[in-house]
Each structure stands twice: as structure tokens, then as C-alpha cells.
Ligand binder design. Structure first.
Ligand SMILES: [Zn+2]
Length: 237
């Protein structure tokens, strides 16, 4: 294997035939040559413009998500009582779409040639489309975190728009707020989990299908219990 290093040791590349291993800020990335030359200048060993690090997106997203959750709890009773079941479901499904769109938009913003893979999953009783954001591993840390947060961020933008323009819809947004909170529980591998592990430079080890399924089921059951308890208890904060 041939090892290349740039002047300040920030980028180290090992290559053998078609496989490249890139070390950048304590992260390792394995990729094919065609992907490598898209993000990195092989001669100068510098990243091309679009892959430069910028933590501002992740910071703004964390700010907006926190603000939305705090605002929601201050303004609304955290209940489903009195809301129309059909409308609640339409809003929840629309928000699954808005959420996935967030991942796609920010992945494309940071990494134009990133491939978008759309899949279908069942979380306990909840069917959901999801976007495979594995291409985001090619991004520097804070941009990768921003891609993970982008789904919840877009949901928060929706909640904030309701606050300002359609306050009658506020009471339906409890499900969206719940999903966001569940997303940040560290016991399940979700957007929040990946954002946090990226922050501490831990790597996402490849999972088996079975483990994946168990985790999704646990996530679904938690979501179900969470919503069930909250709607029964009539919690208001
Ligand atoms: Zn997501």
C-alpha cells in the first residue's frame, strides 16, 4: 500500500489499486478512487471546495431544535386529546416526508455527487420511508452531524411555521416533538445517536440485519409507549 501525506499531516492517504483509505482529523474513510478524486485533490492532498468543514450548520440546527422543543412545551399541553385522529396522521406522515427531505437537501448541499438511496422500514407498527445517508461519511465531522440533524431540523421548521401562521395545528405537533425527543435517546441508533457518536469521533460499526431489526422494533415500541403514556397522563409542562 502506498502512503501519501500532505504538509501538515492533516490528510493521509493510503492507496492500493482502486481502494483508498483517507485519514482526516482522526477519522478514517475507505472509498473507491472515483469517489476519492471527487472530494480530494490527489496531487496537493487538499479537499475540494465543497467538502470543507463548516460547523455553523450543525450549531444553528442544534439551536433551532432546542428552541422549538422548549417553545412547544411552554405553549402547548403535551396531549393528543381533542385532536382529530385523521388530521394527526396526515400531519405525521407529511412530517416523515419533510424529515427525509431534510437529509437529502443537506447531503446534496454538502456533497453534490452523494448518492441518495431511499428505503422502506417498519418500526414496530410504524411504516416509514427512510433515506440512507451512508454517503455522509465522506463529509467532515460537523457537516456530517448537520446531515444527521437535518431531518429533525426540518420538522422543527415545520413546527415553528405552525406556531407563527397556523396556531390551530399546534396541538397536532405533539407527535412530531415526541419523534424528535425519541430520536435523541442514546439507546437506539437514530439520527441523534449518530450525531452524538460523530461528535465524539466514534465510528459506526457495520450492523447485522437482525440487530438492525431488533433496534427498529425497540424504537417502535418505545415510540408507541411514549405516545400512549403521554396521551393518557395528560402531561403538561
Ligand atoms: Zn432521520
Amino acid at each position: 500500500m502506498k502512503i501519501l501525506e500532505n504538509e501538515d499531516n492533516s490528510i493521509i492517504v493510503g492507496k492500493s489499486a482502486d481502494d483508498y483509505i483517507l485519514k482526516y482529523q482522526n477519522d478514517f474513510y475507505k472509498m473507491k478512487k472515483k469517489d476519492f478524486i471527487q472530494i480530494c485533490d490527489e496531487e496537493k492532498l487538499i479537499f475540494r471546495e465543497e467538502i470543507k468543514e463548516n460547523p455553523i450548520y450543525a450549531i444553528i440546527m442544534v439551536g433551532i431544535i432546542s428552541l422549538t422543543i422548549v417553545m412547544y412545551f411552554f405553549h402547548e399541553k403535551y396531549v393528543i386529546i381533542d385532536s382529530n385522529f385523521i388530521i394527526a396522521n396526515i400531519i405525521l406522515f407529511a412530517n416523515i416526508f419533510i424529515h427525509e427531505l431534510g437529509h437529502v437537501l443537506f447531503l446534496k448541499l454538502f456533497y453534490k455527487s452523494g448518492k441518495i438511496k431511499i428505503g422502506f422500514k417498519i418500526y414496530f407498527i410504524y411504516p416509514a420511508f427512510y433515506v440512507d445517508t451512508s454517503d455522509s461519511y465522506l463529509l467532515p465531522k460537523y457537516k456530517r452531524i448537520a446531515v444527521y440533524l437535518a431531518g429533525n431540523f426540518m420538522n422543527c421548521i415545520y413546527v415553528l411555521i405552525c406556531f407563527i401562521f397556523f396556531p390551530s395545528l399546534n396541538k397536532y405537533n405533539y407527535a412530531i416533538i415526541s419523534t424528535i425527543l425519541i430520536n435523541f435517546l442514546p439507546i437506539i441508533k437514530s439520527d441523534g445517536y449518530y450525531a452524538i457518536t460523530s461528535l465524539f469521533n466514534r465510528y459506526n460499526v457495520a450492523k447485522s440485519k437482525k440487530k438492525d431489526f431488533i433496534e427498529d422494533t425497540v424504537r417502535g415500541i418505545l415510540m408507541f409507549l411514549f405516545l400512549f403514556l403521554l396521551s393518557k397522563l395528560n402531561v403538561s409542562l
